[in-house]
Write a protein that binds this ligand. Structure first.
Ligand code: ZN
Length: 423
């Protein structure tokens, strides 16, 4: 290629000369702000609505609330000036977010790595996760069936496993990776699969023997792939809406759809979609649950997310209590205590509306209210609410995070069994 001038190519250009089409976050800062008065809340609500250079992790809602915001490099001076002008309490958690991403990308093994290299010290591409599922199914044919919900918007499979085939057992369903950038969720799902098959711990073996497990590590495969190839911070699916893409699949379920804590604007991170249940990924999961909830007696639904260290139950759209609120509250508190005993980490438990923030159209609300699954939780895994890493959890934390999540699930299932939920 000549040294002078650039060559115009349709779409893709030569990888030798052009950098990859990847979003970068050089010198982006993470601020953690705390609101002392209504004026500050209004200011930040306005800021969020006006700017796509500020990535809010949640919305400004109430006095005393703390909120993390990823601030684009070109807005740092302007943002810092606003904080000073309006005397907003704050801390800078991270000065260069790209460094976190670079470090994280070095913890990913190559896409075509042999499945014998699959572990919980690295992060893995979608293809590797799926190869590993197939590998486990061929290694344990008596215990495992491979499941496929059908393809995603962009034609990727939504693959999972069923572990345990005893028709007398009740089933536990684990949904993971609905938000693309929350990489710890698929890693935790595969950890749980591996533990159920290989652990020598008697309590884990009991769980494997007494329940059938249906586990889908990556229910948003298009988004997950996009985080590896183009933008580590992508959250939604990849459905096209004119000039922008993506529905927040965890706002798309037809249960009080788009009533609170979601957006009707396709450019927003919590876009609920053009209509309730509009997305193929949502429809795939709903049909799977409808087909299996009675047949396989699914009594427990766990959705894995990050971050904030929370164990939450329905509802997300209202602070009204579900019928078995007291039980879910008790199981959640027991699970948080079990995590504290295992790793010393603080997890809080409560209904989603009051624990993290109001949101509607979530899969957990639908699973509980519409599909009738009594024990339903959404876990926010590590790190803590004021995490410096946001969704970029270091790989060294995969194993302990997945282990404490599994401990929480075991605690919830054992406590629910005592109350006859699986009779
Ligand atoms: Zn999430």
């Amino acid at each position: 290629m000549s040294a002078s001038g650039s060559q115009i190519v349709d779409g893709a250009s030569s990888s030798e000369v052009s950098p990859k089409d990847q979003a970068r976050y050089d010198h982006y800062r993470i601020y953690n702000v705390q609101f002392d008065n209504e004026q500050q809340i209004e200011l930040f609500q306005k800021l969020e609505a006006e700017s796509d250079s500020l990535t809010f992790i949640g919305h400004a809602r109430e006095v005393g609330q703390k909120l993390s915001i990823l601030v684009a490099a070109h807005r740092v001076a302007d943002f810092a000036d606003l904080l000073a002008t309006y005397k907003v309490q704050h801390r800078v958690l991270t000065y260069n977010f790209q460094e976190k991403i670079d470090r994280n990308m070095r913890e990913v093994l190559p896409e075509h790595v042999d499945v014998s290299k699959y572990d919980w010290q690295h992060f893995f591409h979608l293809k590797t996760i799926y190869d590993w599922l197939d590998h486990m199914a061929s290694k344990y044919p008596e215990q495992i069936s491979v499941l496929d919900m059908g393809s995603s918007t962009q034609g990727n499979a939504i693959k999972g496993l069923q572990l345990g085939k005893n028709p007398a057992n009740k089933a536990i369903f684990i949904e993971s990776g609905i938000h693309a950038r929350e990489w710890i969720a698929p890693a935790t799902a595969t950890y749980i699969i591996n533990e159920l098959l290989t652990s020598q711990d008697e309590r884990v073996q009991q769980l494997a023997n007494n329940y059938n497990w249906i586990i889908f590590p990556c229910v948003n495969p298009d988004g997950y792939r996009y985080t590896f190839e183009h933008d580590r911070m992508w959250r939604k699916n990849r459905q096209l809406f004119g000039t922008c893409r993506g529905v927040d699949l965890n706002r798309n379920y037809p249960d009080h759809w788009n009533t609170t804590g979601s957006s009707s604007d396709p450019t927003r991170y919590d876009f609920a979609g053009p209509s309730a249940g509009s997305e193929l990924e949502t429809q795939r999961l709903m049909s799977f649950i409808r087909e299996h909830v009675e047949k396989d007696q699914i009594k427990t639904y766990i959705a894995l997310h990050s971050y904030s260290q929370m164990l939450m139950f329905p509802y997300g759209y209202t602070k009204e209590h579900v019928a078995n609120y007291d039980d879910l509250q008790e199981f959640g508190k027991k699970a948080a205590a079990a995590i504290k005993a295992e790793s010393g980490r603080d997890y809080v438990s409560g209904n989603l509306y009051e624990t993290i923030y109001p949101s509607s159209g979530g899969s957990m609300d639908w699973a509980h209210a519409e599909a009738g699954i009594p024990i339903s939780y959404t876990f926010e895994l590590r790190g803590p609410p004021d995490s410096q890493d946001l969704f970029i959890l270091p790989a060294v934390e995969i194993q302990p995070t997945a282990s404490e999540a599994f401990t929480a699930i075991r605690t919830i299932v054992e406590a629910a069994a005592e109350k006859n939920y699986y009779k």
